[in-house]
Ligand binder design. Structure first.
Ligand code: ATP
Length: 217
């Protein structure tokens, strides 16, 4: 069963329609990039998938319908979302932030140390700063922490909203390569909303553009 299936997804804010029928199918281990300029609706799409914006249509995670469920329930069914704001808890240590992420999964207490070790293989810098308050990390490191925290929830589908924001081109390339590795090793579906077409092309199995509220190949 494919990781993520989206059909006829419509969403907006009050009278303002943003998504007019988005269709997308992405399998396990696939990295799919959604490109689009500012205001195209990339953030709205990711928020609609994770239940943060009301939407109509069909969204399936691992074959199971999730549209209409509460965001925390959608997270528990395997959808991880790294928002544009990243949302790390500044006063908590790096380790505490990562452990919080484990509560998004069905069995929060099992296998946490193994999962932490796996996250460190992707982002060694997090291990180096384990006891440091997250707020003292650089912006790029906080971005890695946000991804690491989402991985602690063992997502089937991982959504990332402009992970390249604030990163140098070199760091952006490295991050995208790591996302490719994560998709393969975790068996996850990775969906990245981006403005940076060059970096996206490095690892994307498929690139779609969001235009006029719909996705084009
Ligand atoms: P960005 O790269 O700036 O995040 P985006 O492609 O993610 O852009 P969205 O943030 O999804 O685009 O915005 C799509 C449209 O929805 C824009 O026209 C925006 O003004 C509008 N919009 C976004 N959030 C709201 C809101 N809370 N209320 C009303 N309109 C909104």
């Amino acid at each position: 069963m494919s990781g993520l299936e989206v059909g006829g997804l419509r969403a907006g804010y009050g009278a303002v329609r943003v998504l007019h029928g988005v269709d997308l199918v992405a399998g396990e281990r696939e990295v799919v990039v959604v490109l689009g300029p500012n205001g195209a609706g990339k953030t709205t799409l990711l928020r609609a998938l994770s239940g943060l914006v009301a939407a109509r249509g069909v969204v399936r995670v691992g074959g199971a319908p999730v549209l209409g469920l509460a965001p925390e329930e959608i997270a528990r069914r395997g959808l991880g979302h790294v928002t544009e704001e990243r949302g790390v808890f500044g006063p908590l240590t790096v380790e505490e932030n990562l452990r919080v992420g484990a509560f998004a999964r069905a069995w929060p207490r099992r296998g946490i140390d193994d999962d932490l070790a796996r996250v460190f293989t992707y982002f060694p810098v997090l291990q180096a700063h384990l006891r440091q308050p997250a707020g003292t990390l650089s912006g790029g490191e906080q971005g890695m922490l946000a991804i690491g925290r989402a991985l602690m929830g063992r997502p089937r589908v991982l959504l990332l909203d402009e992970p390249s924001r604030g990163l140098s081109p070199g760091l952006t390339d490295r991050l995208f390569q790591t996302l490719g590795v994560i998709a393969g090793r975790e068996g996850a579906t990775v969906v990245v909303a981006e403005q940076n077409a060059r970096a996206a092309a490095l690892v994307a199995d498929r690139v779609h553009t969001l235009d006029g509220g719909r996705l084009a190949a």
